[in-house]
Design a protein around this ligand. Structure first.
Ligand code: ADP
Ligand code: ASP
Ligand code: MG
Length: 405
């Protein structure tokens, strides 16, 4: 029998009625003759609510306790969905990440799936159940509960689909697929019917929340196509897959934005070998991922070094960097947490001149100051003040004519 893995996000299970709706969709898929595994997110904003609650208790919640706390959101929705399916007369069972055999490393709040033991899920399918798996969570070798990073239920779904050798992996959300920009910011944004893994990884990594970047990476490694579509209708959505010929791709595929950006600047860094390693090795050891790094050329043997981290990592990064800055004799160490990123992405940009200039002109004409710039082969990112991000996205969408076929 074919096997489908479906994933429903938080807004799709925000209340009892919506959970019943998802139950009907899962049963419809089963009735069409497939085995069905449903991966589910926490209801509505309940993950945010749990985080806020923890912060009412303490400014620095223990990371281990935090992961167990957050994992409960998905457990709540999985049990309710299983009840809803059963009340409609179809066999179902809910499983936590641990019960579904999802084993991770021990990096709390950002754990990576190491392996999946699919036997339990398989035996429950064999018994005729729709298997409802709580997304976003796993367990270490020694049974410590971990979570996979915000938006990580997508990753649960894709990893399970790979491990179960599913015939289809469908991600259902509150928009009708992947768009040329966030449709909440750009009403003229268009649905992209098909997108290559490469471009989707880049869009997701740089803020297009509709897919978790790890999920796309896993799908790419295993060449598993993913359908992203709306849980409230049957419109066609977006297929993420490999092998889309370069020449039929738009030059700029889409715009991503991300408001979760902070920068750290170390002023007056002595310009000599080994300094960058002295700064960045301890950041890596503290599990802080650094994105953009810019060092200007030195004047009188002193340079300024700027790098960006996510806002949540800023305090941790400052704690690591301040003593180092002192020890190497830097003049000062300052931070700014009110930044955002806006990126244009497209494989068609490779080896095609003029994209950067067009992007900078569009931002200039919108009166937006660029603080930092980074690029990859298929992406150009500008870091701007957070208040300018939405305007930047809209002007770039227009400048690159993404509202047109
Ligand atoms: P879910 O709860 O279903 O996982 P998310 O909120 O994580 O849903 O992701 C869906 C949201 O992603 C949309 O509501 C939309 O605002 C946002 N989004 C950002 N960029 C894009 C894009 N390029 N295409 C579609 N949606 C996007
Ligand atoms: N509930 C988690 C979050 O809000 C995971 C997810 O929805 O994918 O980030
Ligand atoms: Mg999501």
């Amino acid at each position: 029998m074919p096997l489908i893995v479906q994933k429903y996000g938080g807004t799709s299970v925000a209340d009892a009625e919506k959970i019943k709706h998802v139950a009907r969709r899962a049963i419809a898929a089963k009735d069409k003759g497939s085995d069905v595994v449903v991966v589910i997110s926490a209801m509505g904003d309940s993950t945010d609510d749990l985080i806020a609650l923890a912060h009412q208790i303490t400014d620095h919640p223990d990371e281990r306790e935090m992961d167990i706390l957050l994992s409960t959101g998905e457990i709540v929705s999985s049990t309710l969905l299983s009840m809803a399916i059963k009340s409609l007369g179809q066999k179902a069972i809910s499983l936590t990440g641990a019960q579904a055999g999802i084993q991770t490393d021990r990096v709390y709040s950002q754990a990576r799936i190491r392996s999946i033991s699919p036997q339990r899920v398989q035996s429950e399918l064999k018994a005729g159940n729709i298997v409802v798996v709580a997304g976003f969570q796993g367990v270490t070798e020694d049974m410590e509960v971990t979570t996979l990073g915000r938006g990580g239920s997508d990753t649960t779904a894709v990893a399970l689909a790979v491990s179960l050798k599913a015939d289809a992996c469908e991600i259902y959300t509150d928009v009708e697929g992947v768009f040329t920009a966030d449709p909440r910011i750009v009403p003229e944004a268009r649905r992209i019917p098909e997108i290559d893994y490469e471009e989707m990884v880049e869009l997701a990594t740089y803020g297009a929340k509709v897919m978790h970047p790890r999920a796309v990476e896993i799908a790419q490694i295993h060449n598993l196509p993913i359908l992203v579509a709306c849980s409230f209708n049957d419109k066609p959505g977006t297929v993420i897959r490999g092998g889309i010929p370069m020449e039929v791709r738009n030059k700029a595929r889409g715009i991503a934005h991300d408001l979760n950006v902070a920068k750290v600047t170390i002023r007056g860094v002595p310009d000599k070998p080994g300094i960058a390693a002295t700064i960045f090795e301890p950041l890596a050891a503290a599990n802080i991922s650094v994105d953009t790094i810019v060092q200007n050329s030195s004047v009188d043997g002193l340079a300024d070094l700027t790098f960006t981290v996510t806002r949540n990592d800023l305090n941790k990064a400052m704690k690591v960097v301040e003593p180092i800055a002192k020890s190497i004799g830097a003049t000062s160490c300052i931070s700014d947490a009110k930044l955002g990123k806006v990126s244009i992405v497209g494989t068609g940009m490779q080896n095609t001149p003029g994209y950067a200039a067009r992007m900078f002109r569009a931002l200039y004409e919108a009166g937006i100051n660029i603080e930092l710039i980074t690029t990859s082969e298929i992406r150009i990112t500008c870091i701007v003040n957070e208040t300018k991000v939405a305007d930047a996205v809209r002007s770039l969408h227009k400048a690159f004519q993404l509202d047109q076929e």
